[in-house]
Design a protein around this ligand. Structure first.
Ligand code: ADE
Length: 423
């Protein structure tokens, strides 16, 4: 324990000064969260709450943790992915800001789960997840904690899918807010955030040129759309693979080539998975990929690429650059797996830019306040972020950008709300 009362398990507390600098830099691009933080500091709406957050430990998440702390909560943080932690930020949180943090970049599976359990040992009243790990543990191995929990919030698509399954099975034991589904979250974070940060992560890992490359984007949800859009903007020939006919159609009309994964596997130079499912890249795809093909994942879990198959099918493996492993196939082809198949934007890059996390985390902070205010009314269901919160975040973001918009006149309003005028 440090003198400020924070506990933690981080790589090196000496990294804290760099963490402070980067946290403050990120804050400059997070004006909406800043406004929430200032109000929280005045009103202390979270006074006495214990919050456990299992999120990517980044400079943006640190700003969220400080917002919750300034609102009066005691916050414990652990990583939502073994490779996404920024060690300098984790150090700064513990030693400079009094936030108990359990996260080390590159931690093994046992340490990852030990850290989640350590965050849960703080006996949270509210859980914040990015991928539903806290919720899952509380509903399975840490059921004794359920009594203390008044609600939780979920940051990502994959986590929301899991929560909905839990709720449909009638097993969800406390109310959850699906922050991911707020318009000011997924339209921006999932699309423009993932779009930019995925290309950034792959570029940092490989320093490859995008122009002229055949880039295969597996999955055309909001994240896939963003990656395809940005790859096209960099001059890549974009190919989308999908299982959903409407999304496939959308991809085709957005100007991407659409084809089955097996066909795409023969021509792709760079493969990026964002399906939310498993084995989007499997053995039959690996067996026909070109020499030099690069394979990366930007979906939440590391199951989108069948790494076991890659291991089994290859003759040898070596690290050729940080975050780049070369698999030598028996026929002489070399395939390159990035970041061990984990989220490449956070493994090799710094994740989404602060300016989009600003909206995502303003939604998180306001959702925590909402859960606390309504704790005795909410049922064990998955709730949407209230429209007023979503609109407020959008308005504040526009305001912070200095962008003004129009308002309807009374006459226009009346027209839009009527059924009998104007034909
Ligand atoms: N998810 C994606 N990018 C992120 C970031 N910069 N911080 C926290 N979570 C993220």
């Amino acid at each position: 324990m440090t003198t400020n009362g924070a506990k933690g398990d981080v790589k090196d507390l000496n990294l804290a000064p760099e963490g402070v600098r980067r946290l403050e830099w990120a804050a400059l691009e997070m004006p909406v969260l800043r406004m929430v933080r200032d109000r929280f500091a005045n009103e202390l709406p979270l006074k006495g709450l214990r919050i456990a957050a299992c999120l990517h430990v980044t400079s943006e998440t640190a700003n969220l943790a400080l917002t919750l702390r300034d609102g009066g909560a005691e916050v414990a943080l652990c990583a939502s992915n073994p490779l996404s932690t920024q060690d300098d930020i984790a150090a700064a949180l513990v030693s400079e800001y009094g936030i108990s943090t359990y996260a080390i970049k590159g931690e093994d599976n046992d340490t990852y789960y030990r850290h989640i359990n350590e965050a849960l040992d703080h006996k949270p009243n509210i859980t914040l997840d990015d991928g539903a790990d806290l919720v899952t543990l509380i509903h399975t191995k840490r059921k004794e904690l359920i009594g203390d929990v008044i609600g939780g919030a979920e940051e990502t698509t994959t986590g929301v899918i899991r929560l909905n399954s839990l709720a449909e099975d009638g097993k969800l034991q406390y109310p959850m807010v699906a922050v991911n589904d707020a318009d000011t979250k997924h339209f921006f974070d999932n699309r423009y955030g993932t779009g930019q940060s995925t290309l950034d992560g792959i570029t940092r890992a490989t320093n490859m040129l995008w122009a002229g490359k055949n880039v295969v984007i597996c999955g055309y949800g909001w994240c896939g759309k963003g990656v395809a859009l940005r790859a096209k903007g960099m001059g890549s020939q974009t190919i989308v693979t999908e299982v959903d006919p409407i999304r496939a159609l959308e991809a085709a009309m957005d100007g991407h080539r659409v084809m089955p994964m097996q066909e795409a596997s023969e021509v792709g130079d760079i493969f990026i998975t964002l399906t939310g499912g498993m084995k989007a890249v499997g053995s039959k795809h690996i067996s026909v990929m070109k020499d030099g093909a690069v394979i990366a994942n930007s979906g939440h879990f590391n199951v989108e690429i069948d790494i076991d198959a890659l291991e089994e099918m290859s003759e040898s493996r070596r690290e050729v650059r940080e975050f780049v492993e070369e698999y030598l196939m028996p026929d002489g082809r070399r395939l390159y797996l990035l970041g061990q198949g984990r989220l490449i934007n956070l493994a090799a890059g710094e994740g989404h830019p602060s300016a989009v996390m600003d909206m995502s985390f303003a939604n998180q902070a306001l959702s925590v306040e909402y859960i606390n205010q309504l704790s005795d009314k909410l049922e064990n269901k998955v709730y949407s972020v209230p429209r007023e919160i979503d609109d407020q975040v959008g308005r504040l973001k526009l305001e912070s950008m200095g962008t003004k918009i129009d308002t309807l006149t009374d006459e226009q309003n009346q027209y839009l709300n009527s059924w009998d005028i104007g034909t």
